[in-house]
Structure formats: C-alpha cells, structure tokens
Design a protein around this ligand. Structure first.
Ligand code: KG4
Ligand code: ZN
Length: 331
C-alpha cells in the first residue's frame, strides 16, 4: 500500500493505493470557500490550511481502512510544480513520517500524477490499456494544458504545451468576468448545459499553439462595459466553452494525425468538463481510437494519482526537493 499526499495548490488530499493501482481510500479537503472571496488562490492561506488539515486527513485515511503504519510500504508526495509553501507542507510531512516510520518516500512531479490518473482502478473504472502502452495524453488543468507522448511514466515526451494561459485558468478568468465565483470551470460547465453555443463568437480562428490568452482577451473585450442579464449567462458560457473545447480538440486531432497513435487519454481538472468529454469521445469513436477518460473524481487534484505515479516511478526513488532532475521528469 502506498500513501499519496497532494498539497501543491489549494486541495489537501491523501490516498491509499495498492501495487496494482487500486484505490483503497481517497480523502480531499477543498479550500475553495476560503479562496473564493479573493477570486483566486491566496498562497499564504493555502499553505496555512494544508498544515492544519494534512495530519488529521492522514489519520482519517488510515483509520477508514483500519490500517496501521506497518501496512504502508511507501509515501508518494508531490514535490513540484506548485505553490512553494504548499509543496513544502506536503514534502516536510512526508519526509518526517518517512523517517519516523522508516518508509521510503518518493517525490513526484504533479503533472506525472495527472498522466497516471486515467490508470487508477476502482469498482467503477478499469483502464482498457496500460500506461506502458504508447499513447497520446491530453492533460488540461488550471495551471497546464499539454499534449504528451507517453510510453510509461519514465518516458513522457512533451509534444505541445501552452505558451501562455492554461485552459483552466482561462475558464476561471472568464467565470470571474461574469461574476460566477471561483473556481469557475464547473460553473461554466453547469450553465452551458442549457445555453446556445453558437450565439457569441469570440475568435475567428483556432490559434496555432495550445494558447488560451487570445480567447481570454477576446472575452474581456466583448464583455467590457456590458451588464449581462442572468438569462443570458447560459449562452455566454456555452459559446465560450465551445470555443475553448474546439482549441483543445483541434490540437489533439493534429497531434494524433502527426504521431499516428491510436490510444488516447484525457486527464486534468478541465477534463471533468462534460462538453470536452463528449466531443473527444465522439471524435475517438468516429476514428476507432482507444480512448481512456479519467473518472471525474480523479480529474481535479487528488492524492490517488500521486500515489500511483509514485508507484510507477518507485524504482528510481528518493526525495530531493532541491534536485533539478527528479525521477520521472519529462524527456
Ligand atoms: O487539475 P486541477 O485540479 O488543478 C491544477 O493542476 O491546475 O484543475 C483545476 C482546474 C480549474 O481551472 C477548474 O476551473 C477546472 O479545473 N475544472 C473544470 C471543471 N472542473 C474543474 N473546468 C471545466 N469544467 C469542469 N467541469
Ligand atoms: Zn493538477
């Protein structure tokens, strides 16, 4: 059993995952309410609350499975990228517990956690291929939007990545412009369900890279000085979401054609978006591609994906927060 710890941003999360990738426990504490009044994550508030929440969550997870420390063979913790103070809370707790309990500690790159997430197993989700089988991974979150060629977690090649804003950041800013609260992605998704996605046009072309700053600025220009009636919110959200999904899908299509890869995974917080899931599934179906979509509970930041990533990287382990070449870095 591996204990996973994730504290890279504003979610405190702890999980137990076994050597086959089965999730035995996952408990997360969101800080959304604390940050929403500021319209975004405040680093100082985030790390102070991680330091309050983490140890009780670890106890809770072990107790939920009636396990003692003797059942835990390793600790896997996010060591980068993320907010420095938040990362330090997780790393220091993991290192201290590792020393006290004489358990190996593996430092994990958060993005590799997202790459591993589709391969977690539970009663509702059994992956149809393994992480070692070569595949194309679209990882979209609040901080990152990237396409990877994956041949196991030790061999993850960056094919394309955003030169500016990530898709989630763009969604969150758009939601903020409409006064929808933080994080905005789920609100936009919910309102878009009943909206007309063709009503508003933000951009007249798909950007050449996985760039979302153009879409964000276009929305800023269109919304400047407008007071949007509540009844129009669904149409604004559906139109904006459609164009954001189209950028992601068009780059996914380009890289699938270029690499010829027939297996595809979809992961990261934004991959919880219902329209993105629907359009990617439709495209994969039409092209007979093998698609593995991350279950919604493992899309946003969680410790189960960090535990699995640690397991998959374990052979090259040891935690070194200062090293510039952690195991499982990108090639
Ligand atoms: O992976 P994640 O939890 O954190 C990072 O690693 O950044 O992703 C958070 C992002 C936020 O921008 C949030 O608005 C977005 O994921 N998100 C969604 C949905 N659920 C979360 N975006 C669109 N639709 C959703 N249903
Ligand atoms: Zn993340």
């Amino acid at each position: 059993m591996i204990l996973g710890i994730e504290t890279s941003c504003d979610d405190t999360s702890v999980a137990l995952v076994d050597a086959q990738g089965w999730v035995h426990a996952l408990v997360s504490q969101s800080q959304d309410l604390l940050h929403s009044q500021f319209g975004g994550v405040v680093p100082e508030i985030a790390y102070r609350n991680h330091s309050l929440a983490l140890l009780p969550l670890i106890d809770q997870v072990l107790q939920s499975r009636s396990l003692s420390w003797s059942a835990v063979e390793g600790i896997s913790v996010t060591t980068r990228p993320g907010l420095l103070g938040s990362l330090m809370v997780g790393s220091v707790v993991a290192q201290t517990l590792g020393m006290a309990q004489k358990i190996e500690v593996v430092g994990v790159n958060h993005l590799l956690g997202h790459v591993a997430a589709p391969f977690l197993k539970d009663a509702q989700h059994k992956p149809t291929f393994s992480v070692e089988e070569e595949h194309l991974c679209l990882a979209v979150s609040g901080g990152h939007s990237s396409l990877y060629r994956v041949q196991g977690l030790q061999r993850v090649q960056i094919l394309a990545t955003t030169p500016d804003d990530a898709a989630g950041e763009c969604l969150d800013k758009f939601a903020k412009m409409l006064g929808l609260g933080f994080p905005g992605g789920p609100q936009v998704d919910r309102l878009a369900q009943t909206g007309n996605s063709r009503r508003f046009q933000f951009m007249d072309h798909i950007p050449n890279s996985l760039s979302f700053s153009g879409l964000k600025s276009a929305a800023q220009r269109r919304l400047a000085g407008l007071s949007i009636p509540e009844s129009d919110l669904p149409d604004w959200c559906a139109s904006f979401q459609e164009q954001l999904v189209d950028i992601l899908l068009s780059h996914l299509k380009i890289w699938q054609r270029q690499t010829g890869l027939r297996r595809v995974t979809l992961t990261g917080g934004v991959s919880a978006n219902s329209r993105l899931r629907q359009k990617v599934a439709q495209w994969a179906g039409e092209n007979s591609l093998e698609l593995l979509v991350t279950p919604k509970i493992y899309c946003t930041d969680n410790a189960a994906m960090i535990a699995l990533a640690g397991l998959l990287l374990k052979e090259k382990s040891s935690l070194d927060c200062s090293s510039s070449s952690l195991p499982g870095d990108f090639v």
